[in-house]
Design a protein around this ligand. Structure first.
Ligand code: NAD
Ligand code: UDP
Ligand code: UDP
Length: 358
């Protein structure tokens, strides 16, 4: 009956999936794993806007229904609560694979289980990072192989580790600690890239790999521990901004709409990658705190805290490859992008406070 269901789904797919959209392009059916998350939900908005059919797969580990609730009732939108660590059968044209617990707060989540997860799969809790990266990516690649879909992996600049090359080009192999506290994320993504390339070479799956640098914007988790969300939430709540270490470490911050445009350009283009997708503007954490202060509250203060282990000292993408081959580059500076995130955070923090009082 499984076979029968598959055949039925495929038949339906070929009826609904071939409806022309605009001029010269048929409507695509697209899966976005992690589509209820921060980046995923913005990507879903863009795909729905341009007329495609979108199926979101999310287990709501860090994502929220609220991020996609505005599409409920749209016949071109579907939301499936599902853990990508488990297999799933769908008939689709493209797979954007974003599902991954991406917040640093979760890095240290039960590290022993994280290691063992490679060996004994049933033993593992469903939000395990390494397992999601490995088993989740494997399942989505298996799906892509079966139905001939194009598969895009959202990898990360963390594959460069604490880089010895600056800025980082895609040709750099990275400097990652394999046994550190954040290794389950870094190595999980590195393994996911390896899997994607193996399916590309071995099974002819059309693969696309994005290496995403720090991204911010509306709908980010309020308390997931990333630096931009921390500083913005702290400044709004009139708390000191927590600078880890001496604050001289650098990052490059990309506004979410720039990233989404890059992901779509990569998916639609002819190149496998990997491609760095990030904004080359580089800021120390002290400089970032200054910008947040300018944008939100000139009386905001900072407070120093000990840094986490293996924290990369600097990070800045070299995006020449994406510029040349995808004709893509980010358009929105930190000072332009931050205010959009701030108004979203202000509303959500206000609602939270009202919720507490009620
Ligand atoms: P996010 O946490 O907001 O989104 C991840 C989504 O995946 C969430 O909705 C979560 O519920 C879902 N998810 C997690 N595990 C799952 C599982 N096993 N099955 C199904 N769904 C699952 O994070 P984000 O910032 O939107 O990140 C999206 C992707 O981009 C991730 O793969 C992340 O590693 C990558 N990335 C993000 C950044 C960034 O700065 N935001 C940087 C580099 C890479
Ligand atoms: N898979 C899936 N959906 C599909 C096809 C495959 O979830 O439509 C899963 C499958 O269960 C397996 C993984 O993807 O765990 C890899 O599949 P593949 O066919 O490449 O490998 P095999 O099943 O032969 O090990
Ligand atoms: N960081 C900080 N204060 C915070 C949270 C993070 O100074 O409240 C620092 C962190 O030590 C790191 C940088 O900000 O050097 C970026 O951290 P994030 O977790 O946002 O991203 P990643 O380390 O993955 O690049």
């Amino acid at each position: 009956s499984n076979n029968h269901n598959q055949r039925t789904a495929r038949t339906l797919g070929s009826q609904t999936g071939r409806v022309p959209v605009g001029i010269g392009r048929r409507r695509l059916r697209i899966v976005v794993t992690g589509g209820a998350g921060f980046v995923g939900s913005h990507l879903v908005d863009k795909l729905i806007d341009r007329g495609d059919e979108v199926i979101v797969i999310d287990n709501f580990f860090t994502g929220r229904k609220n991020n996609v609730v505005h599409h409920f009732g749209n016949p071109r939108f579907e939301l499936i609560r599902h853990d990508v660590v488990e297999p799933i059968l769908l008939e689709v044209d493209q797979i954007y694979h974003l599902a991954c617990p991406a917040s640093p707060v979760h890095y240290k989540y039960n590290p022993v289980k994280t290691i063992i997860s490679l060996l004994i799969s049933d033993f593992i809790h469903d939000c395990d990072i390494y397992k999601t990266n490995v088993m989740g990516t494997l399942n989505m690649l298996g799906l892509a192989k079966r139905v001939g879909a194009r598969f895009l992996l959202t990898s990360t600049s963390e594959v460069y580790g604490d880089p010895l090359e600056h800025p980082q080009k895609e040709t750099y192999w990275g400097n990652v600690n394999p046994i550190g506290e954040r290794s389950c994320y870094d190595e999980g993504k590195r393994t996911a890239e390896t899997l994607a390339m193996d399916y590309h070479r071995g099974a002819d799956v059309e693969v696309r790999i994005a290496r995403i640098f720090n991204t911010y914007g509306p709908r980010m988790c309020l308390d997931d521990g990333r630096v931009v969300s921390n500083f913005v939430a702290q400044a709004i709540r009139k708390l000191p901004m927590t600078v880890y270490g001496d604050g001289k470490q650098t990052r490059s911050f990309q506004y979410v709409s720039d990233l989404v445009n890059g992901l779509v350009a990569l998916m639609e283009g002819e190149h496998v990658g990997p491609f760095n997708l990030g904004n080359p503007g580089e800021f120390s954490m002290l400089e970032l705190a200054e910008v947040v202060k300018e944008v939100i509250d000139s009386s905001a203060t900072i407070e120093f805290r000990p840094n986490t282990a293996d924290d990369p000292h600097m990070r800045k993408p070299d995006i020449s490859k994406a510029k040349e081959l995808l004709n893509w580059e980010p358009k929105i500076s930190l000072r332009e992008g931050l205010p959009h995130m701030v108004s979203d955070f202000q509303n959500r923090i206000l609602n939270e406070d009202e919720g507490k009082q009620a």
